[in-house]
Design a protein around this ligand. Sequence first.
Ligand code: PLP
Length: 232
Amino acid sequence: MDKKPMSIADNLKDIRTRIRNAALASGRAPDSVKLVAVSKTKPAEAVAEAAQAGQRIFGENYVQELTDKAALVSEPVEWHFIGTLQSNKVKYTAGLVTMIHSVDRFSLAREIDRQWGRLGSICSVLIQVNVSGEQTKAGTTVTEAVQLVRDIAQLPNLRIRGLMTMPPFFDEPERARPYFRELRELAGAIAMEKIANVEMKELSMGMSGDFEVAIEEGATLVRVGSSIFGYR
Ligand SMILES: *Cc1c(COP(=O)(O)O)cnc(C)c1O
């Protein structure tokens, strides 16, 4: 007999249980970890279905896709931008997204500051750090991160809430652990600097294959796509 395929609601329930268990196993409060459901390449109907199952935060990687999709979703959702962002596209995200996880250069931050300033509001951002140093990955380097945070902290219309990283891809999630740990240690070192206007409360790390390890290393935002919406 065929098994009924898992629905988005079933997948969400499973992921929430796993998040909770990983938090408890590492002595953390389950509500200290938020789930960002990564809906890139998936239709608005999939977002609506997840929202009806109680999911609130959705992560998107492409500006055009985000704006098209957001216009079609009537449920009360929050959008986070998690992909590579070109400065000339920032204006389309202003007022639409509540957090940008992928700020890795001053010029991008300056444009976010300008666009949110026009709206009279403040954008929450994370600094993306390329912990592994892989050439193909976005993100500032570990050594340049503190200075970048200092520079961006001068901008009035955005607030740095923490750091984000994407480790190299491994089949074995345990191998991603040192990169997650290094991001947490870097956040701790930046917090010690007590830079005005800067919080190091959020660590955005962990995806479908490795979010439990990321939670054990302190993730507060996990970005999970394919385990909720299926393969892309
Ligand atoms: C696609 C993507 C994810 C989700 O990846 P899955 O393996 O599908 O869970 C998380 N973060 C970023 C930045 C992504 O681009």
